[in-house]
Design a protein around this ligand. Structure first.
Ligand code: ATP
Ligand code: FE2
Length: 327
């Protein structure tokens, strides 16, 4: 059984091809970036429209397959930017209808989790899902992936990208902040906003803008202090979820989890509580088609199918709305 998965929730148009044994035959993508400023949804649509045929072709070539040899078509049906989700859904419906293949619409956040489960071989983790639009602490309990804590305002990646924009850096800003942070030495006190199991970043962003404007602090020190503060917030709630659920595994997911400092802090926290920390390769942390294809395989085995007339996108679907019938 081979599945082709289509990812288009935001900046990345990705195609992954994977076997039911979990062999990734192709994982191609084209990502919309900017030199200055954030994502303009209509520009991201233009980007995806211009590249989708090319990315599909390239992934099939890489896998050494023709479209007829693909058994299942999966696509990210939720959540994300409506504008870009529609492009992936359209491509998926056309391929499924034209070549008479089963179609499976999947939840993008759960795909981040399942590709991590598969590629790292962890069994029953707490997931720290830190991406652009999402920041959630998730664990499986009684038929659902439950959200134990999350951001009350913006996602951590969007927060880092917004701060990068204030510094005149382009999108994505996360890697650039990491570079600057490595040159910072002095910790500058910032608001630390953990509320119960939730976190919030809006106030920290306002505080950072004021500090930048004052001209009293170096950009390097600010980047260093931002990382130390917000990553500590994430790991505080992740650790509490691990204690509450009595889980001994932490899995990282989402583009921000590529950050080496976050990885290091996560490993330290886990070793202190004799837990294991699992970190997928960068290729599977950022948005990618392979994770969509893999969830397609899992859901297909569980008997899930999406009829064309039910394949409408769901930009606001939450992780815990999905009934998990495959565990
Ligand atoms: P989602 O729809 O799941 O919220 P997303 O569309 O935001 O995901 P991801 O690729 O999961 O996409 O995450 C993007 C974020 O990851 C951006 O904010 C970007 O700055 C950050 N990022 C990407 N690579 C790195 C890196 N190497 N170091 C730090 N941050 C990174
Ligand atoms: Fe994502």
């Amino acid at each position: 059984m081979i599945c082709l998965g289509i990812e288009s929730t935001a900046h990345t148009f990705g195609i992954g091809i994977i076997t039911e044994e979990g062999n990734v035959l192709a994982n191609e993508k084209d990502t919309y970036t900017t030199k200055e400023g954030g994502i303009v949804p209509i520009k991201a649509v233009e980007h995806h429209m211009n590249c989708y045929e090319k990315v599909i072709k390239k992934s099939l070539e890489k896998a050494g397959l023709t479209i007829k040899e693909i058994d299942i078509i999966a696509f990210s049906q939720s959540p994300g930017l409506g504008h870009t989700l529609r492009i992936g859904a359209m491509a998926a419906r056309s391929l499924a209808a034209h070549y008479s293949k089963p179609l499976i619409g999947v939840n993008h956040c759960i795909a981040h989790l399942e590709i991590g489960n598969m590629t790292t071989e962890c069994r029953n983790p707490v997931l720290l899902y830190a991406s652009g639009a999402n920041t959630q602490i998730i664990a499986y309990e009684a038929g659902r992936y439950r959200i134990f804590g999350e951001t009350l305002d913006i996602g951590i990646g969007n927060f880092l990208d917004s701060f990068a924009r204030e510094l005149g850096l382009g999108f994505p800003g996360g890697p650039k902040i990491y570079e600057l942070a490595n040159k910072g030495k002095n910790y500058i006190k910032l608001p630390y906003t953990v509320k119960g199991m939730d976190v919030s970043f809006g106030g920290i962003l306002t505080n950072l803008k004021q500090k930048l404007k004052s001209g009293q602090y170096s950009e390097e020190d600010l980047c260093f202090s931002v990382q130390e503060t917000v990553f500590a917030m994430l790991l505080e709630v992740a650790e509490r979820a691990m204690a509450h659920c009595d889980k001994k595994e932490l899995l990282l997911g989402g583009g921000v989890a590529c950050n080496k400092r976050l990885q290091q802090m996560a490993k330290e926290m886990c070793s202190q509580r004799e837990a294991e920390c699992f970190i997928p390769k960068n290729e599977f942390l950022v948005d990618n088609g392979a994770m969509i294809a893999w969830l397609g395989i899992i859901e297909h085995k569980a008997g899930n199918r999406t009829k064309i007339e039910e394949s409408i996108i769901k930009p606001y679907e939450r992780t815990d709305e999905v009934e998990v019938n495959w565990r």
